[in-house]
Design a protein around this ligand. Structure first.
Ligand code: TXA
Ligand code: MG
Length: 352
């Protein structure tokens, strides 16, 4: 399959190009597009054959359902059994934006789209390109992140191209995704509501609106939990994994830096090529083969923005091992730490 690349102006995408992409979606094809979090791979959510092709293209296990993207709050009602008051509150405050809400679904949503669950994940993105594509397609768009299953989510059209060229019909190139980590997933089909995946909307902001909201234990897990009973299928699958093993070093910053220096020496003495994921404040402390900075510690949003891109870049340098610094688990740092722990396969070292 030839993959068409449509370059658009992110803030005001050209209608003719959006129309080309929308026609592909309407015919059951697959189009990758930018959102404010990461790039998504879209298909008509109500077309079971198209959604099945979507799973195949990204080699995603069939038990892990995609998020349904809508362009307006009024498009939620037909997809769900009921819109609870709590959902209205969250939608009012956080949509459009990086928040996904889990509802009980209506009969309208095909079972392949929901992976046979009785719930469905819905989000209204903020990115003008995503909104324009959903509107022009006239259907909700099912879109997981536009990476091959298990890889870091794509934050640029180039990342999508690297993973999916030849496997999908088109990529809309709308520049870099701003937030850099995926949306926060909140399950409102359960009581009390549970945050299943930390992401672009901080827990603290959600808690201010829904004080009863709790964090699923998996969000901050430091080891692989028993995965059979996880409420979110995505929790069971391997994620964000570069080719090289990742070791995450946690603790207070001075101890972390000392531990990473020590580990770097050990691996280099064994002839291994070492990559370090550092921060602006610490990047000059290391003598590894390659050192990348995730961003500034005083700005956790910048670290979220760079995370997936730096994971891909450091992996492209064919290092034998990647050693990463931890960051504080507050604000967007909660999402960053969750992704780093998963990327490490829970190879976590506590520096003391
Ligand atoms: O920011 C984002 O959320 C991006 C952009 C493209 O919108 N999308 C994204 O999709 O990250 P994906 O499929 O990679 O992640 C969706 C997550 C998965 O962990 C999945 O298991 C979970 O949402 N999910 C989907 N439907 C669910 C459901 N009914 N119940 C619980 N979890 C669900
Ligand atoms: Mg994903």
């Amino acid at each position: 399959m030839k993959t068409l690349v449509l370059k658009v102006t992110p803030s005001n995408p050209e209608a003719t190009k959006i129309q080309v992409a929308a026609e592909i979606i309407k015919k059951g094809g697959l189009v990758a597009f930018p959102t404010e979090t990461v790039y998504g791979l879209g298909a008509d959510a109500l077309n079971a054959a198209a959604v099945l092709a979507l799973f195949e293209a990204k080699r995603r296990p069939l038990d892990n359902p995609p998020i349904l993207h809508v362009a307006d709050k009024t498009e939620v009602a037909p997809l769900v059994k009921a819109v609870p008051k709590k959902a209205e509150l969250l939608m009012e405050k956080f949509w459009p934006g990086p928040l996904t809400i889990i509802f009980k679904h209506s009969a309208k949503v095909p079972s392949v789209t929901t992976a046979g669950l009785d719930t469905v994940a819905v989000r209204m993105p903020k990115h003008p390109v995503a909104l324009a594509l959903i509107k022009a397609s006239t259907q909700p768009i099912a879109a997981p992140s536009a990476n091959l299953a298990g890889k870091p989510s794509p934050t640029t059209a180039e990342h999508v191209y690297d993973d999916l060229n030849g496997r999908i019909n088109a990529i809309i190139d709308g520049g870099r995704a701003d937030i850099g980590v995926e949306s926060t997933v909140v399950d409102l089909s359960l009581d009390p509501p549970i945050l299943l995946r930390p992401g672009g909307t901080p827990f603290e902001a959600l808690e201010a609106v829904l004080p009863e909201l709790i964090l699923h234990p998996f969000v901050q897990a430091e080891k692989e939990l028993s995965l059979e009973k996880t409420p979110s299928p995505g929790m069971r699958h391997k994620h964000y994994a570069p080719k090289a093993p990742v070791i995450l070093v946690e603790g207070n910053l001075l101890d972390v830096v000392a531990k990473i220096k020590e580990l770097t020496e050990v691996y280099r003495a064994k002839g291994k090529k070492v990559g370090v994921l550092s921060t602006d404040e610490t990047k000059n402390s290391y003598q590894a083969d390659t050192v990348k900075s995730l961003g500034n510690r005083s700005n956790l949003a910048s670290i979220a923005q760079n995370l997936f891109c730096q994971l891909r870049d450091i992996d492209a340098e064919n290092v034998d091992v990647i050693i990463a610094e931890s960051v504080p688990s507050e604000g967007l740092g909660l999402a960053v730490m969750n992704r780093l722990r998963k990327a490490s396969g829970y190879q976590i070292i506590k520096a003391v």
